[in-house]
Design a protein around this ligand. Structure first.
Ligand SMILES: Cc1cc2nc3c(=O)[nH]c(=O)nc-3n(C[C@H](O)[C@H](O)[C@H](O)COP(=O)(O)O)c2cc1C
Length: 366
Protein backbone atom coordinates (compact mmCIF):
# COMPACT_ATOMS: atom_id res chain seq x y z
CA UNK A 1 0.00 0.00 0.00
CA UNK A 2 1.32 3.45 -0.86
CA UNK A 3 0.37 6.12 1.63
CA UNK A 4 -0.46 9.66 0.48
CA UNK A 5 0.20 10.96 4.01
CA UNK A 6 3.68 9.49 3.96
CA UNK A 7 4.56 10.70 0.47
CA UNK A 8 7.31 13.36 0.37
CA UNK A 9 6.59 16.95 -0.59
CA UNK A 10 8.80 19.82 -1.70
CA UNK A 11 7.97 23.41 -0.71
CA UNK A 12 10.45 25.92 -2.08
CA UNK A 13 13.80 24.21 -1.61
CA UNK A 14 12.60 22.34 1.45
CA UNK A 15 11.96 18.62 1.12
CA UNK A 16 9.71 17.09 3.73
CA UNK A 17 9.71 13.33 4.27
CA UNK A 18 5.93 13.25 4.71
CA UNK A 19 2.79 15.42 5.02
CA UNK A 20 2.51 15.34 8.81
CA UNK A 21 3.06 18.66 10.58
CA UNK A 22 3.10 19.36 14.30
CA UNK A 23 0.89 22.40 14.66
CA UNK A 24 2.35 25.37 16.57
CA UNK A 25 1.48 25.12 20.26
CA UNK A 26 2.21 27.76 22.90
CA UNK A 27 3.90 26.28 25.94
CA UNK A 28 3.76 29.37 28.19
CA UNK A 29 7.12 28.26 29.59
CA UNK A 30 9.55 30.94 28.42
CA UNK A 31 11.41 33.49 30.54
CA UNK A 32 11.02 37.01 29.10
CA UNK A 33 10.58 35.36 25.69
CA UNK A 34 13.57 33.03 26.04
CA UNK A 35 13.21 29.28 25.55
CA UNK A 36 13.69 27.16 28.69
CA UNK A 37 14.59 23.56 29.45
CA UNK A 38 10.91 22.77 28.89
CA UNK A 39 11.37 23.70 25.22
CA UNK A 40 14.50 21.57 25.00
CA UNK A 41 12.54 18.56 26.25
CA UNK A 42 9.21 19.26 24.52
CA UNK A 43 10.64 20.09 21.09
CA UNK A 44 13.32 17.43 21.51
CA UNK A 45 10.54 14.89 22.01
CA UNK A 46 8.68 16.11 18.94
CA UNK A 47 11.86 15.94 16.83
CA UNK A 48 11.25 12.19 16.82
CA UNK A 49 7.46 12.08 16.46
CA UNK A 50 7.55 11.06 12.81
CA UNK A 51 6.27 14.39 11.42
CA UNK A 52 8.01 15.84 8.39
CA UNK A 53 7.79 19.29 9.98
CA UNK A 54 7.44 20.57 13.53
CA UNK A 55 6.32 24.21 13.81
CA UNK A 56 7.53 25.97 16.94
CA UNK A 57 4.83 27.78 18.91
CA UNK A 58 3.70 31.38 18.32
CA UNK A 59 6.92 33.33 18.85
CA UNK A 60 6.31 36.99 19.46
CA UNK A 61 8.08 39.76 17.64
CA UNK A 62 7.94 42.29 20.46
CA UNK A 63 7.74 41.98 24.23
CA UNK A 64 4.28 43.54 24.41
CA UNK A 65 3.17 41.34 21.53
CA UNK A 66 3.29 38.26 23.77
CA UNK A 67 0.02 36.64 24.82
CA UNK A 68 1.27 35.88 28.35
CA UNK A 69 4.34 36.49 30.50
CA UNK A 70 5.38 32.91 29.58
CA UNK A 71 5.19 33.22 25.79
CA UNK A 72 8.15 32.70 23.52
CA UNK A 73 9.67 35.69 21.73
CA UNK A 74 12.35 36.61 19.21
CA UNK A 75 12.83 40.24 20.20
CA UNK A 76 16.19 40.06 22.01
CA UNK A 77 19.63 38.53 21.61
CA UNK A 78 18.92 36.31 24.62
CA UNK A 79 15.75 35.03 22.91
CA UNK A 80 17.76 34.20 19.78
CA UNK A 81 20.60 32.46 21.64
CA UNK A 82 18.31 30.27 23.74
CA UNK A 83 16.10 29.24 20.83
CA UNK A 84 19.18 28.55 18.68
CA UNK A 85 20.40 26.13 21.34
CA UNK A 86 17.04 24.33 21.38
CA UNK A 87 16.89 23.97 17.61
CA UNK A 88 20.52 22.80 17.37
CA UNK A 89 19.69 20.19 19.99
CA UNK A 90 16.57 19.03 18.10
CA UNK A 91 18.53 18.70 14.88
CA UNK A 92 21.25 16.67 16.53
CA UNK A 93 18.84 14.10 17.99
CA UNK A 94 15.84 14.02 15.67
CA UNK A 95 14.56 13.56 12.15
CA UNK A 96 11.92 16.27 11.69
CA UNK A 97 12.50 19.62 10.03
CA UNK A 98 11.70 22.70 12.11
CA UNK A 99 9.60 25.74 11.27
CA UNK A 100 8.63 28.70 13.42
CA UNK A 101 5.47 30.77 13.73
CA UNK A 102 6.02 34.52 14.18
CA UNK A 103 3.21 36.38 15.90
CA UNK A 104 1.90 39.48 17.61
CA UNK A 105 -0.97 38.98 20.04
CA UNK A 106 -2.58 42.41 19.57
CA UNK A 107 -5.69 42.80 21.74
CA UNK A 108 -5.32 39.24 23.10
CA UNK A 109 -1.96 40.15 24.69
CA UNK A 110 -1.41 40.71 28.41
CA UNK A 111 -3.33 37.58 29.43
CA UNK A 112 -2.91 34.89 32.02
CA UNK A 113 -1.52 31.48 31.12
CA UNK A 114 -4.42 29.03 30.48
CA UNK A 115 -3.79 27.23 33.77
CA UNK A 116 -3.93 30.60 35.60
CA UNK A 117 -7.38 31.33 34.15
CA UNK A 118 -6.65 32.49 30.58
CA UNK A 119 -8.26 35.89 31.20
CA UNK A 120 -6.82 39.41 30.95
CA UNK A 121 -3.98 40.01 33.44
CA UNK A 122 -5.23 41.64 36.66
CA UNK A 123 -3.77 44.96 37.93
CA UNK A 124 -1.26 43.25 40.29
CA UNK A 125 0.01 40.84 37.61
CA UNK A 126 2.16 43.31 35.63
CA UNK A 127 -0.30 43.84 32.75
CA UNK A 128 0.61 46.05 29.82
CA UNK A 129 -1.12 48.25 27.26
CA UNK A 130 -2.41 46.29 24.28
CA UNK A 131 -2.75 47.50 20.69
CA UNK A 132 -5.23 46.70 17.92
CA UNK A 133 -6.58 48.20 14.70
CA UNK A 134 -9.44 49.75 16.68
CA UNK A 135 -10.19 50.35 20.36
CA UNK A 136 -12.50 47.33 20.70
CA UNK A 137 -11.76 44.71 23.38
CA UNK A 138 -11.62 40.96 22.72
CA UNK A 139 -14.62 40.49 25.02
CA UNK A 140 -16.17 41.54 28.33
CA UNK A 141 -13.50 41.89 31.03
CA UNK A 142 -10.65 42.16 28.51
CA UNK A 143 -8.23 45.09 28.20
CA UNK A 144 -9.34 48.02 26.07
CA UNK A 145 -6.66 48.14 23.34
CA UNK A 146 -5.23 51.38 21.96
CA UNK A 147 -5.95 51.92 18.25
CA UNK A 148 -2.62 51.71 16.46
CA UNK A 149 -1.01 54.80 14.98
CA UNK A 150 1.03 54.69 11.79
CA UNK A 151 4.19 54.74 14.01
CA UNK A 152 2.94 51.64 15.82
CA UNK A 153 2.37 49.92 12.50
CA UNK A 154 5.86 50.70 11.25
CA UNK A 155 7.38 49.49 14.54
CA UNK A 156 5.40 46.22 14.44
CA UNK A 157 6.22 45.62 10.76
CA UNK A 158 9.91 46.17 11.50
CA UNK A 159 9.68 43.88 14.53
CA UNK A 160 8.34 41.09 12.26
CA UNK A 161 11.27 41.69 9.91
CA UNK A 162 13.83 41.67 12.75
CA UNK A 163 12.37 38.46 14.19
CA UNK A 164 12.38 36.85 10.72
CA UNK A 165 16.09 37.72 10.38
CA UNK A 166 16.73 36.07 13.74
CA UNK A 167 14.75 32.99 12.64
CA UNK A 168 16.83 32.77 9.45
CA UNK A 169 20.05 33.04 11.51
CA UNK A 170 18.85 30.21 13.75
CA UNK A 171 18.41 28.15 10.60
CA UNK A 172 14.69 27.40 10.65
CA UNK A 173 13.61 25.34 7.63
CA UNK A 174 10.34 27.27 7.23
CA UNK A 175 8.76 30.42 8.63
CA UNK A 176 5.08 31.23 8.99
CA UNK A 177 3.25 34.35 10.10
CA UNK A 178 0.31 34.06 12.45
CA UNK A 179 -2.61 35.72 10.68
CA UNK A 180 -5.36 33.82 12.52
CA UNK A 181 -6.97 33.12 15.92
CA UNK A 182 -7.83 36.76 16.64
CA UNK A 183 -4.26 37.98 17.09
CA UNK A 184 -3.02 41.29 15.71
CA UNK A 185 -2.85 40.52 11.97
CA UNK A 186 -6.19 38.67 11.94
CA UNK A 187 -7.79 41.56 13.82
CA UNK A 188 -6.77 43.89 10.98
CA UNK A 189 -8.33 41.59 8.36
CA UNK A 190 -11.68 40.98 10.04
CA UNK A 191 -14.38 43.63 9.64
CA UNK A 192 -15.57 42.85 13.17
CA UNK A 193 -12.35 43.99 14.87
CA UNK A 194 -11.16 46.55 12.29
CA UNK A 195 -13.37 49.67 12.24
CA UNK A 196 -10.65 52.07 11.06
CA UNK A 197 -11.59 54.90 8.77
CA UNK A 198 -8.11 55.44 7.30
CA UNK A 199 -6.60 53.51 4.37
CA UNK A 200 -6.14 50.45 6.65
CA UNK A 201 -9.86 49.94 7.28
CA UNK A 202 -13.07 49.65 5.27
CA UNK A 203 -13.23 47.27 2.30
CA UNK A 204 -11.39 43.93 2.29
CA UNK A 205 -8.42 45.18 0.27
CA UNK A 206 -7.84 48.01 2.74
CA UNK A 207 -8.10 45.68 5.75
CA UNK A 208 -5.46 43.43 4.17
CA UNK A 209 -3.11 46.37 3.51
CA UNK A 210 -1.16 46.25 6.80
CA UNK A 211 -0.95 42.42 6.85
CA UNK A 212 0.41 42.50 3.30
CA UNK A 213 2.91 45.24 4.18
CA UNK A 214 4.25 42.91 6.87
CA UNK A 215 4.18 39.92 4.50
CA UNK A 216 6.11 41.72 1.77
CA UNK A 217 8.70 43.11 4.18
CA UNK A 218 9.28 39.67 5.72
CA UNK A 219 9.54 37.97 2.32
CA UNK A 220 12.42 40.32 1.46
CA UNK A 221 14.57 39.03 4.32
CA UNK A 222 13.70 35.34 4.08
CA UNK A 223 15.99 33.74 1.49
CA UNK A 224 14.30 32.60 -1.72
CA UNK A 225 13.78 28.87 -1.42
CA UNK A 226 13.10 29.00 2.33
CA UNK A 227 9.37 28.38 2.55
CA UNK A 228 7.41 31.29 3.94
CA UNK A 229 3.75 30.84 4.79
CA UNK A 230 0.91 32.06 6.94
CA UNK A 231 -1.77 30.64 9.17
CA UNK A 232 -4.96 32.29 7.95
CA UNK A 233 -8.62 32.36 8.91
CA UNK A 234 -11.07 30.27 6.90
CA UNK A 235 -14.03 31.55 8.92
CA UNK A 236 -14.63 33.85 11.89
CA UNK A 237 -17.72 31.72 12.69
CA UNK A 238 -19.51 35.04 13.29
CA UNK A 239 -22.31 36.78 11.43
CA UNK A 240 -20.72 39.51 9.32
CA UNK A 241 -17.20 38.13 9.88
CA UNK A 242 -14.63 36.62 7.53
CA UNK A 243 -15.59 33.60 5.46
CA UNK A 244 -13.80 31.24 3.12
CA UNK A 245 -13.95 33.65 0.17
CA UNK A 246 -11.96 36.15 2.24
CA UNK A 247 -9.44 33.38 2.91
CA UNK A 248 -9.14 32.70 -0.83
CA UNK A 249 -8.55 36.42 -1.47
CA UNK A 250 -5.88 36.61 1.23
CA UNK A 251 -4.17 33.41 0.02
CA UNK A 252 -4.07 34.80 -3.52
CA UNK A 253 -2.52 38.06 -2.28
CA UNK A 254 0.03 36.18 -0.19
CA UNK A 255 0.94 34.01 -3.15
CA UNK A 256 1.42 37.17 -5.18
CA UNK A 257 3.73 38.43 -2.40
CA UNK A 258 5.86 35.30 -2.81
CA UNK A 259 4.40 33.15 -0.04
CA UNK A 260 4.69 29.40 -0.48
CA UNK A 261 1.94 27.97 1.70
CA UNK A 262 -1.02 28.69 3.95
CA UNK A 263 -2.51 26.84 6.89
CA UNK A 264 -6.27 27.38 6.94
CA UNK A 265 -7.51 27.57 10.51
CA UNK A 266 -10.51 29.44 11.93
CA UNK A 267 -12.11 31.13 14.93
CA UNK A 268 -10.60 32.92 17.91
CA UNK A 269 -11.57 36.49 17.00
CA UNK A 270 -13.75 37.22 20.02
CA UNK A 271 -14.20 35.64 23.44
CA UNK A 272 -17.67 34.23 22.62
CA UNK A 273 -16.71 32.46 19.36
CA UNK A 274 -17.20 28.69 19.42
CA UNK A 275 -15.65 26.59 16.65
CA UNK A 276 -17.47 23.57 15.19
CA UNK A 277 -16.66 20.30 16.92
CA UNK A 278 -16.87 17.94 13.96
CA UNK A 279 -13.68 16.04 13.03
CA UNK A 280 -11.63 17.85 10.38
CA UNK A 281 -14.00 20.86 10.46
CA UNK A 282 -11.49 23.16 8.72
CA UNK A 283 -10.74 20.75 5.86
CA UNK A 284 -13.48 22.02 3.46
CA UNK A 285 -12.08 25.54 3.95
CA UNK A 286 -8.52 24.39 3.14
CA UNK A 287 -9.76 22.49 0.10
CA UNK A 288 -11.42 25.59 -1.37
CA UNK A 289 -8.41 27.82 -0.66
CA UNK A 290 -6.04 25.23 -2.14
CA UNK A 291 -8.12 24.87 -5.29
CA UNK A 292 -9.04 28.51 -5.88
CA UNK A 293 -5.80 30.20 -4.83
CA UNK A 294 -3.56 27.46 -6.24
CA UNK A 295 -1.28 27.45 -3.19
CA UNK A 296 0.09 24.64 -1.02
CA UNK A 297 -2.46 24.29 1.76
CA UNK A 298 -2.34 22.77 5.21
CA UNK A 299 -5.42 21.85 7.21
CA UNK A 300 -5.79 21.58 10.98
CA UNK A 301 -8.49 20.98 13.54
CA UNK A 302 -9.76 17.81 15.17
CA UNK A 303 -7.68 15.44 13.10
CA UNK A 304 -6.66 12.56 15.28
CA UNK A 305 -6.67 9.27 13.37
CA UNK A 306 -4.14 8.19 10.74
CA UNK A 307 -6.92 7.04 8.37
CA UNK A 308 -8.61 10.46 8.60
CA UNK A 309 -5.32 12.23 7.86
CA UNK A 310 -4.55 9.83 5.01
CA UNK A 311 -7.97 10.42 3.40
CA UNK A 312 -7.60 14.23 3.54
CA UNK A 313 -4.36 14.07 1.54
CA UNK A 314 -5.47 11.25 -0.77
CA UNK A 315 -8.71 13.11 -1.65
CA UNK A 316 -6.82 16.33 -2.42
CA UNK A 317 -8.37 18.33 0.42
CA UNK A 318 -4.97 19.45 1.70
CA UNK A 319 -1.27 19.04 0.96
CA UNK A 320 -0.23 18.96 4.60
CA UNK A 321 -1.99 17.82 7.78
CA UNK A 322 -1.30 19.62 11.04
CA UNK A 323 -2.03 17.98 14.36
CA UNK A 324 -1.84 19.71 17.72
CA UNK A 325 -3.56 17.92 20.61
CA UNK A 326 -3.13 14.44 19.10
CA UNK A 327 0.64 15.00 19.11
CA UNK A 328 0.68 16.04 22.78
CA UNK A 329 -1.40 13.01 23.59
CA UNK A 330 0.84 10.67 21.65
CA UNK A 331 4.24 12.10 20.67
CA UNK A 332 4.91 8.98 18.59
CA UNK A 333 1.78 9.60 16.54
CA UNK A 334 3.74 9.52 13.29
CA UNK A 335 5.31 6.17 14.14
CA UNK A 336 1.93 4.65 14.89
CA UNK A 337 0.42 6.16 11.74
CA UNK A 338 3.23 4.64 9.69
CA UNK A 339 2.52 1.24 11.18
CA UNK A 340 -1.22 1.58 10.52
CA UNK A 341 -0.77 2.84 6.95
CA UNK A 342 2.02 0.43 6.00
CA UNK A 343 4.51 3.25 5.55
CA UNK A 344 8.02 4.13 6.44
CA UNK A 345 9.30 6.53 9.10
CA UNK A 346 12.81 7.47 10.18
CA UNK A 347 13.75 6.51 13.75
CA UNK A 348 16.83 7.24 15.83
CA UNK A 349 19.31 4.35 16.05
CA UNK A 350 18.92 4.26 19.84
CA UNK A 351 15.36 2.93 19.34
CA UNK A 352 16.15 0.39 16.62
CA UNK A 353 15.49 -2.51 18.93
CA UNK A 354 11.85 -1.51 19.45
CA UNK A 355 9.38 -1.46 16.54
CA UNK A 356 11.39 -3.39 13.94
CA UNK A 357 11.55 -6.29 16.40
CA UNK A 358 7.97 -5.90 17.64
CA UNK A 359 6.43 -5.55 14.18
CA UNK A 360 8.82 -7.45 11.88
CA UNK A 361 6.54 -7.12 8.85
CA UNK A 362 6.38 -3.32 9.01
CA UNK A 363 8.20 -1.06 6.60
CA UNK A 364 10.14 0.87 9.26
CA UNK A 365 13.37 2.60 8.27
CA UNK A 366 16.07 3.49 10.79
C1 LIG B 1 -1.67 23.85 23.92
C2 LIG B 1 -2.03 24.52 22.63
C3 LIG B 1 -1.33 25.64 22.22
C4 LIG B 1 -1.62 26.26 20.99
N1 LIG B 1 -0.84 27.30 20.55
C5 LIG B 1 -0.97 27.74 19.27
C6 LIG B 1 -0.02 28.62 18.69
O1 LIG B 1 1.00 28.96 19.30
N2 LIG B 1 -0.25 29.04 17.43
C7 LIG B 1 -1.32 28.64 16.70
O2 LIG B 1 -1.48 29.05 15.56
N3 LIG B 1 -2.22 27.76 17.21
C8 LIG B 1 -2.04 27.29 18.47
N4 LIG B 1 -2.89 26.34 18.95
C9 LIG B 1 -3.93 25.79 18.06
C10 LIG B 1 -3.41 24.52 17.38
O3 LIG B 1 -2.24 24.78 16.62
C11 LIG B 1 -4.48 23.91 16.49
O4 LIG B 1 -4.77 24.80 15.44
C12 LIG B 1 -5.76 23.56 17.25
O5 LIG B 1 -5.46 22.98 18.51
C13 LIG B 1 -6.64 22.59 16.47
O6 LIG B 1 -5.91 21.44 16.15
P1 LIG B 1 -6.09 20.03 16.97
O7 LIG B 1 -7.54 19.67 16.91
O8 LIG B 1 -5.20 19.06 16.24
O9 LIG B 1 -5.65 20.26 18.39
C14 LIG B 1 -2.66 25.75 20.18
C15 LIG B 1 -3.39 24.65 20.63
C16 LIG B 1 -3.08 24.01 21.81
C17 LIG B 1 -3.86 22.79 22.22
Amino acid sequence: MTSALFSPIQIGKLELANRIVVSPMCQYSANDGSASDWHLTHLGMLANCGAGLVVVEATHVERHGRITHGCLGLYSDANETTLHRVIDHCRSIGNSKFGIQLAHAGRKASSQRPWEGGQALKPGDDPWETIAPSAIPFGPGWHMPRAMTREDMIRVRDAFVAAARRAVRIGFDAIELHMAHGYLIHSFISPISNKRNDEYGGPGDARMRFPLEIAEAVREVVPPGTPLGARITGSDWLEGGLDVDDAVALARALKQAGFDFVCVSSGGLASDVRNPTTPGYNAPLAEKVRREAGITARTVGLIASPKQAEALVAEGKADLIALARAMLDNPHWGWQAALELGADVARPPQYQRAAPKLWPGAAYRV
